[in-house]
Design a binder for this molecule. Sequence first.
Ligand SMILES: [Zn+2]
Length: 357
Amino acid sequence: MEKDGRFRLRSAYNLVAGDEDDEPGSRWKDLWQWKGPNRIKHFLWLVMHGRLLTNKERTRRKISTNSQCNFCKDQDETIEHILRSCSRAKSIWDKFNDKCVANSMNLPLHDWLMDNIRQQGTGTDFGIIIWHLWKQRNEEVMEGRIFSRDSLIARIQAWFCIVEQAKRHAQKTTCSNSATVQSRLVCWEPPREDWIQIQSDGSVITQTGKAAAGGLFRDYLGRCKGAYVCNLGSCSITAAELKGALEGLKIAWKEGYRKIELKLDSTTAVDIIKQCDRDDHRHGSIAKQFDLFFNLDWEVCVSHVFREANFAADYLASKAHDFDFGTHRFNVCDRDLVQWLSHDVLGTSHDRNFNVN
Ligand SMILES: [Zn+2]
């Protein structure tokens, strides 16, 4: 928050990074104009400022004693190593050499980053690639396995696709708003390949107590595989969140999906599903219904997603009030839903837009 009470991304960056001063000059401006998800923009900012917690940096801060690269085990893991000189990075740049300015690999790291990020045609893809080089590394450390070059390439290509679709859509729908639109640090993230993500949300109208829920199914390319809305009559918002998610699971099971990421933007609901005492909680009986589904022969991961990445489900939950009691399933997305889908990807929205300057 700034002095005028408004939230600005720039203040958020400063906060995250511990910087007090704004940065004049073109470096910031170029980064600001980078066209892609804000989450990646934030990552690019950290890279520019040398703020990634690499193994080298961890040893410098005495958090760790091993500064080596986990992948090649040959050199120190620095930002430069991760993004360019590690054999892992080289093998990825071999594949995507058209996304990198010719002969720029020998430039100093910072110039290389700036040169590539500001490219009109390939700048977005460049950002997506280096973000994945970092992200995948973190996932490997957490999951204790090394992903293949092919799977990394497939993921990067999926992201090119998703971001491109969202950009194209945003261009179509935001022409009327000529102001520079910026927002958040969070945005929607696709499920893993061959998984289906259920985004679910609940809604209660305060005045009437009427409850509804809605959700949608998406694949790793961000494609919507259908949606559902449920008019639930009257119940609490938490019950609505839970019942909506349950409906999503029911449909997913019936339609033959067997790897599910269930995403809810209510931490209360996620906690209830994951860990409440089934016999001693007011929502224990709904939690038991989740257990029945978890016992089926499929994989289901339940997790929290920020509201800013769940606008599509939020939209469906509000829309659900207009329907008759019960659950209704759709195969096609209406125009408004498509708009919210792209907003989830880019991390922008109409209702909280604000000007940067
Ligand atoms: Zn390495």
